[in-house]
Design a protein around this ligand. Sequence first.
Ligand SMILES: NC(=O)c1ccc[n+]([C@@H]2O[C@H](COP(=O)([O-])OP(=O)(O)OC[C@H]3O[C@@H](n4cnc5c(N)ncnc54)[C@H](OP(=O)(O)O)[C@@H]3O)[C@@H](O)[C@H]2O)c1
Length: 306
Amino acid sequence: MTLKSSILLTGGSGLLAVNWFYSKRSEFIVYLGLNERIIQPNGSNVVILDFSSEKNLIKQLEKIRPSVVVHTAGLTSVEKCEKNPELAYFINVELSIMVANVTKALNIPMVHISTDHLFEGNNLNLSESEPVHGINVYGKTKAIAEKFVAEINPDSLIIRCNFYGWGTSYRKSFSDHIINSLRNHQVINLFDDVHYTPILAEYLIQTVHDLLAKRAKGTYNVVSDDRISKYEFGILIADEFKLDKSLIIRSSLASQSNLVRRPADMSLSNQKVKEFLGRKLGSVKQHIVQLHLQEEDEKIKEIQLL
Ligand SMILES: NC(=O)c1ccc[n+]([C@@H]2O[C@H](COP(=O)([O-])OP(=O)(O)OC[C@H]3O[C@@H](n4cnc5c(N)ncnc54)[C@H](OP(=O)(O)O)[C@@H]3O)[C@@H](O)[C@H]2O)c1
């Protein structure tokens, strides 16, 4: 992509898309593709996407002619997906199929944002070649979506990730939850038997741009260099932000009977992306230091005010 080429983000009001906009607005023309929630951050171009038919979506994209479409829209709540599997299928699978068909028809590169929530959860640091096996509606629909996207648009880039960063007033990330609770002297329970490889949104976004610049296609795990439990993640945040870590209580997923079944280990290997880009993606600790530095950034203050 050349300077000031354009990006269209579906799910434009979501946590990732908002961070994408603020991270890249000085380098690219960014279009936020909205649905129900209408936001208009300074300097953004917004478009309410018409997913009622592929024909309509094609018409909209023909006008914008983005250099790339990043498909972030999704039903991301594991609980909501389980309660409403048809809606989860529509949003996570059918919209992804539409975006894949439309970008294919218009010859626009597509980035499909997937998840680390695709496996049984009994193994660690899985590679991209591992067969997927979602254990709940969210995981199953995201797995089906990946398969369709890869079939329809084999040139697309499918990104498996689990990210955090500064959220808006209406959409908080996991790190916001930890920081806000500890700053308000509230006790939080974090699982010490759930492991993952979380990445700071800013680094996820930059890595996707690096992949696009090198014309990567196919599936990539874009995750941090190390595997950590949710409890350890909370402790690292408390240490970095100098908050009271005695408020963090170790708890366990295994002892929760009311929650939708979730994978205990979601950690992915980033070996493939490291080899392709010839660089590391950074440790969770390094990313949390950057999260802290970001807090003073005007861009982050704008995100929090949305
Ligand atoms: N958050 C994480 O840690 C995480 C981890 C792994 C993977 N992911 C994946 O990353 C992507 C982005 O996640 P996120 O946390 O940024 O999402 P999010 O904050 O939950 O936002 C979801 C977005 O999807 C839009 N959307 C929902 N239903 C729609 C529909 N019927 N038509 C069009 N748009 C619709 C929402 O718009 P409205 O609100 O206006 O409906 C919203 O903009 C998702 O694909 C998710 O599966 C997220």
